[in-house]
Design a binder for this molecule. Sequence first.
Ligand SMILES: [Zn+2]
Length: 124
Amino acid sequence: MVFGKTRLNSLENQQVFKAKIRIFTMNTIQLYKAGIAKSDRENPPTLKSRYSEFKDELQELVEDRNVDELIDVIHTIGRLVHYVTGSHIVSYLAWPTVKKHAMRYKNHGCIRSKRNCKAHCKHK
Ligand SMILES: [Zn+2]
């Protein structure tokens, strides 16, 4: 017989279960917004950090000219616009990146890749 932690009827497990169900039923835009909000809350950006992300992606585009890099550049411009205006409207133009972030948030609770999350994120 197993008691305690593994029982689903403890209050904490019920809350975790409800959160998992909620995330499972969210659509891409909701997942993206929630993932970005969590990331910005736990790892607050600055205008400088947003700008340096843009410059890094721009450098990658210059070195390796392809559509994927262009989409990443558009997304970093979207992140700058979001920082200033609070709107994700430009980010949505980089839809493949939005989808990628949404799926990562859904699958492991962070918009970053598992490798970058481990290397750079602080999560509460
Ligand atoms: Zn992370």
